[in-house]
Design a protein around this ligand. Structure first.
Ligand code: SAH
Ligand code: SF4
Ligand code: F3S
Length: 471
């Protein structure tokens, strides 16, 4: 056939035929993805969506339109896991309504609840077709085809021997200025409250070359800031291009050489793995942001020991002093659990005292949630719900106070802001400060993706406002 004729086929009839043929032959299947939990799940959802789009799936925000529904789940606290089951109730109704209209729907539960509960999910939620653990999601396309062909639900929760990252397709071009990049997975620390070692398995570090390839492709598509992810990211020990084992500090220095990459961050870290070379990287590596998320969980030594955190409150405070000596501009955030079994009022006060002493600028705070299969679940002396609520409210008031104080101290300073997206008002862009605060300013659209000095003029509850300064 003559190519020119096909491209010139513009009569109404031809267009109608072409459109019809397209729809009949392969209507793009649609996938709806809902993500719960941590940044690693956000990253996994992106990789899953990319793998499925290579198979012809288009994303949708409308559950009713979805041929494939994926819930990427979190098991860390009871509430997080419960949300999955309430969602599945609604999904069942949509699936039934679609079936009546002649469309089938595949429902997949992926992630940490899938790993922890396995086939139990099928018993509780019969609308589910696939249960797939976090180490097996690269097999989703094949599992979807199998559940359809065999017309029965499937459970895949093995920690598969084949390496997930080697099986996934290369990264699709990113549409954002910032990106997550998982470099390490799993955890061997076994804190007594935590499900992660059971849901994500043992610690595993990706090879430097593999991480570098992904980083370079993200930067080539416009990414300027990378956040390296791992449940214990500072325990990273990947094989380097020269066969030597690279620490996280080595990896950071290696990636910092990528032209066009402006900023590096990493999360989440364990205090025990804050090595001297990582502290030195905070002093020497300009692209590494002066911001550190370092969970301390409790300020009381007896509770820290019962949690199996393997450090005391004083050791944590001393560690922070050493990192600040290397990088005086360092700003910290943390995670705290209130109401761990046996926590007394005095021990909770110690947590408040450490929080104030370190001068954290932000924190995530949680009520202890007993998790099935963890050692702490079996401890006596569980704390009453109203006591936990009252402690959490007090802690959160202090967190808010310190967050505000930190924002107030930024007013008058000129901070480099990486602009990421349009603001709510026309002519406004939104970006982030080195300390991860959201900053908005009047700025031309061509400053998107650029690091720009912004003089901070005021602050609100969740963001700073400022004015662009000449470079
Ligand atoms: N690997 C990270 C944390 C992963 S989980 C670390 O070691 O710090 C994120 C946070 O959830 C934890 O820091 C902890 O504060 C909280 N968390 C974990 N299990 C919990 C539980 N059973 N109840 C309440 N909070 C919990
Ligand atoms: Fe969970 Fe502790 Fe491992 Fe963090 S270090 S993931 S809290 S077991
Ligand atoms: Fe949740 Fe799994 Fe992350 S339990 S916090 S999604 S590692």
């Amino acid at each position: 056939m003559d190519d020119r004729l096909t491209t010139d086929a513009t009569s109404d009839q031809d267009v109608a035929v072409a459109a019809h043929a397209g729809a009949g032959a392969s209507r793009a299947r649609k996938v709806y993805v809902r993500t719960f939990g941590c940044q690693m799940n956000v990253y996994d959802s992106e990789r899953m969506t990319e793998a499925l789009s290579a198979q012809g799936y288009a994303g949708t925000d409308a559950l009713e339109d979805a041929d494939l529904v994926i819930l990427n789940t979190c098991h860390i606290r009871e509430k997080a896991a419960d949300k999955v089951y309430s969602d599945l109730g609604r999904i069942r109704q949509v699936k039934d309504a679609r079936a009546e209209a002649g469309s089938d729907t595949v429902v997949a539960v992926v992630g940490c609840v899938a790993q922890a509960e396995g086939s139990e999910i099928l018993r509780r939620a019969p609308a589910v077709d696939l249960v797939v653990g976090p180490q097996s999601y690269h097999r989703l396309p094949e599992l979807i085809a199998r559940t359809r062909a065999e017309n029965r639900p499937l459970v895949e929760t093995e920690f598969s021997e084949e390496e997930k990252f080697a099986q996934l397709p290369a990264r699709a071009p990113s549409r954002s200025v910032t990106a997550f990049l998982t470099v390490q997975e799993g955890c061997d620390k076994f804190c007594t409250f935590c499900v992660v070692p059971y849901t994500r398995g043992m610690e595993y570090s990706r090879a430097v070359a593999d991480v570098e390839r992904e980083a370079r492709s993200l930067v080539a598509s416009g990414v300027r800031e990378l956040t390296l992810l791992g449940q214990n990211v500072n325990g990273y020990h990947g094989v380097g291009p020269d066969g030597r084992t690279y620490s996280l500090a080595d990896l950071i220095r290696h990636l910092a050489q990528i032209d066009g990459l402006e900023r590096l961050r990493y999360t989440t870290s364990h205090p025990r793995d804050m090595s001297d070379d990582l502290i030195a990287a905070h002093a020497g590596e300009k692209k590494l942001m002066p911001y550190l998320h370092l969970p301390f969980q409790s300020g009381a030594d007896r509770i820290l020991a019962a949690m199996n955190r393997k450090h005391t409150a004083r050791e944590y405070v001393d560690l922070v002093s050493r990192i600040r000596a290397a990088q005086p501009d360092l700003t910290l955030s943390t995670d705290i659990i209130v109401g761990f079994p046996g926590e007394t009022d005095e021990e909770f006060e110690e947590t408040l005292a450490v929080f104030a002493e370190v001068g954290f600028a932000a924190a995530y705070s949680f009520k202890y949630s007993p998790r099935p299969g963890t050692p702490a679940e079996k401890l006596g002396d569980q704390i009453a719900e109203d006591v936990k609520s009252e402690r959490l409210a007090r802690l959160q008031r202090q967190i808010e106070r310190q967050q505000k104080e930190f924002a107030a101290r930024c007013v008058g300073r000129t901070l480099p802001v990486l602009f990421e997206k349009q603001g709510r008002r026309p002519g406004q862009l939104i970006g982030r400060s080195p300390y991860l605060q959201s900053v908005h300013a009047e700025a031309p659209a061509n400053m998107l993706g650029r690091l720009v000095p912004v003089e901070i003029s005021s602050f609100g509850p969740n963001s700073l406002a400022g004015v662009i300064r000449p470079e």
